[in-house]
Design a protein around this ligand. Structure first.
Ligand SMILES: Nc1ncnc2c1ncn2[C@@H]1O[C@H](COP(=O)(O)OP(=O)(O)O)[C@@H](O)[C@H]1O
Ligand SMILES: [Mg+2]
Length: 233
């Protein structure tokens, strides 16, 4: 369960988030849509504990999020624009490094399996500095889920991926969903949103302007609401 209460973020003299109240139940899958600059990445960073809100609070399973809480962070898998990966390490070394950080058991085995799951076994021992954007994104996805997080925060996960990798990513998301994970995904791809999520939230100018349930496979509804809230003005 994720809750935000009166979340406000100001950066310089700009109010990036203007009082966000949100409640996401365990096992829900939510897509966040909205134009560039709406505050989507900012709210994910705050929920992940990466940055602090100016005021308001985030609760994870009823407990106020503390930036230095290992137990809370362990529950969360965050795929950000920044991959957090190390250039000079191979996919396997990167995953083992992050797995150890989270105290993952049988970490080598788990890391190898994930490299295979994201289709990069052939490159398992190559330093990632030579990887294409899509390959890096595949490893970043594996990194975000190495500790089997209960909560997945994905910021534009489909960006840079080829068709095959999009299929792999959707399988990863659906698997995590089947395990009961909570998923919050920022995307500009409405099609992917309704394919993998049950609920869509629309952000605009730092505000939550639309919250639609039961959107699974209902692209028309999402398009109509988005046009109403964003495109038509
Ligand atoms: N570190 C930062 N410094 C200055 N402005 C920022 C910073 N991070 C975000 N912003 C501003 O906050 C607003 C929201 O950004 P962001 O959450 O990244 O939007 P989105 O992900 O919806 O495109 C934008 O106007 C952006 O310029
Ligand atoms: Mg963003």
């Amino acid at each position: 369960m994720i809750e935000t209460k009166g979340l406000i973020k100001t950066i310089g003299d700009k109010m990036v988030l203007r009082g966000i109240n949100l409640s996401i139940k365990k096992g829900e899958s939510v897509a966040i849509l909205g134009p560039n600059g709406a505050g989507k990445s900012t709210i994910l960073k705050i929920i992940s504990g990466l940055i602090k809100a100016t005021s308001g609070e985030v609760l994870i399973d009823g407990i106020t999020l503390k930036r230095d809480s290992y137990d809370q962070k362990r529950k969360i898998g965050f795929l950000a624009h920044n991959s957090f990966l190390y250039d000079h390490l191979t996919p396997l070394e990167n995953l083992i490094f992050f797995g150890k950080l989270y105290g993952v058991e049988n970490v080598e085995e788990k890391a190898k399996q994930l490299v295979a799951d994201v289709g990069l076994s052939f490159f398992i021992h190559d330093p990632i500095r030579s990887f294409s954007r899509g390959m890096l994104q595949r490893i970043a996805i594996a990194r975000a889920i190495i500790h089997d997080p209960e909560i997945l925060l994905f910021d534009e996960p489909h960006t840079g991926l080829d068709q095959h990798a999009i299929k792999l990513l959707n399988e990863v998301i659906m698997n995590m969903k089947a395990k009961g994970s909570t998923i919050v995904m920022v995307t500009h791809d409405f099609h992917q949103a309704v394919e993998t999520c049950d609920r869509v939230i629309i952000f605009k100018n730092g505000k939550l302007v639309e919250d639609i349930s039961n959107v699974a496979n209902n692209l028309e509804l999402v398009n109509a609401k988005y046009t109403e809230q964003v495109t038509s003005l």
